[in-house]
Design a protein around this ligand. Structure first.
Ligand code: NCD
Length: 311
């Protein structure tokens, strides 16, 4: 079995079989990282460049750990880049990568489509680690993997994504992944933070948080992406919390126990309170842990395609 793609640019471009293959491979790597010796030699001859043009903690560390546990050679580049222009930055990037002779590039960039652009200009395999408000495929894969782990399967589950859907790459990638795996997806949040034509991609909108939570098996709580907002989308944080924040009292008032997820970083007291974040209903740290195994799987499967091409 192999992936149908050379790059992981977005969930949009991969198939359900690809996702299942990534999950099965991640199951194996999850077992590996729980061993006393957490390293395997699988990517010993592969060089990976992590190019982060936008801030990141979890994703960058997670990729780096995944790469090191596969024994890849790793180079890191990070730049806070709000002032750089798309074309200039990426052309520079292309030239740097070509001269470094790297096999794979993991890239986070503020511009949507940056990974697709790069994939057309260089020979290396590209993994999109977040491109603006567009896609964040490995986050969606680790989210769905974590649902599968907690609830046995993703197919048939009801998942609501709550919060800033408009500016969230996590939302879009999750919607594509959940739908490909046969889950039912709704979004919930202030009207101003819901994309206008989201119903066209088969996603229902529920503006009432309590109703959304009553409906779902899983609630994925997103951070308000203040850094991507050019104006005010709701009157005040206090009002946002009142209408769209999840606290323990609200969870306990539901007729069944739901699972709570969050991609991080959490703004405690805004999208979820601390008692929810730290409760056993939340699988937030499982998501982080699964992130390493899922990224190992993605890198391993893409690398095996590179080797095949050379033969
Ligand atoms: C997310 C991101 O950067 O898109 N974080 C992450 O990768 N874990 C979500 C966010 O920033 O809110």
């Amino acid at each position: 079995m192999e992936l149908s793609v050379q790059h992981l640019l977005g969930i949009k471009y991969i198939t359900e079989d690809d996702i299942q293959l990534i999950f099965e491979t991640a199951d194996h790597f999850k077992e590996v990282i729980n061993r006393p010796i957490k390293k395997v030699p699988s990517l010993r001859d592969i060089t990976i460049a992590n190019l982060f043009f936008e801030n990141s903690t979890r994703t960058r560390l997670s990729f780096e750990l995944a790469e090191k546990r596969l024994s890849a050679d790793v180079v890191n580049f990070s730049a806070a880049s709000s002032s750089v222009k798309k074309g200039e930055t990426l052309i520079d990037t292309v030239n740097n990568i070509l001269s470094m002779k790297v096999d794979m590039v993991v890239m986070r960039h503020p511009n949507p489509g940056a990974g697709v652009f790069l994939s057309k200009h260089i020979d290396a395999s590209i993994v999109n680690a977040g491109d603006g408000a567009h896609e964040h495929p490995t986050q969606a894969l680790l989210d769905c993997y974590s649902i599968r782990e907690r609830l046995g399967d993703v197919a048939g589950k009801k998942v609501v994504i709550v919060g800033d859907i408009l500016h969230s790459r996590v939302a879009l990638s999750n919607i594509f992944a959940l739908q490909k795996l046969g889950a039912d997806v709704k979004v919930c949040g202030p009207k101003t933070l819901i994309p206008k034509h989201i119903d066209k991609i088969g996603v229902e909108v529920e503006l009432d948080l309590k109703k959304a939570l009553e409906w779902c098996d899983v609630a994925n709580m997103l951070r308000v992406q203040n850094e991507r907002m050019d104006s005010s989308y709701f009157p005040s944080t206090r009002e946002y919390v009142q209408q769209y924040g999840v606290n323990k009292k609200l969870l306990d008032s539901l007729s069944k126990e739901i699972t709570v997820m969050h991609p991080g970083p959490i703004n405690r007291g805004v999208e979820i309170t601390s008692d929810v974040a730290d409760s056993k209903q939340a699988i937030i740290l499982d998501q982080v842990q699964n992130g390493v195994a899922v990224r190992m799987a993605v890198l391993y499967l893409l690398a095996s395609k590179i080797e095949r091409n050379e033969n």
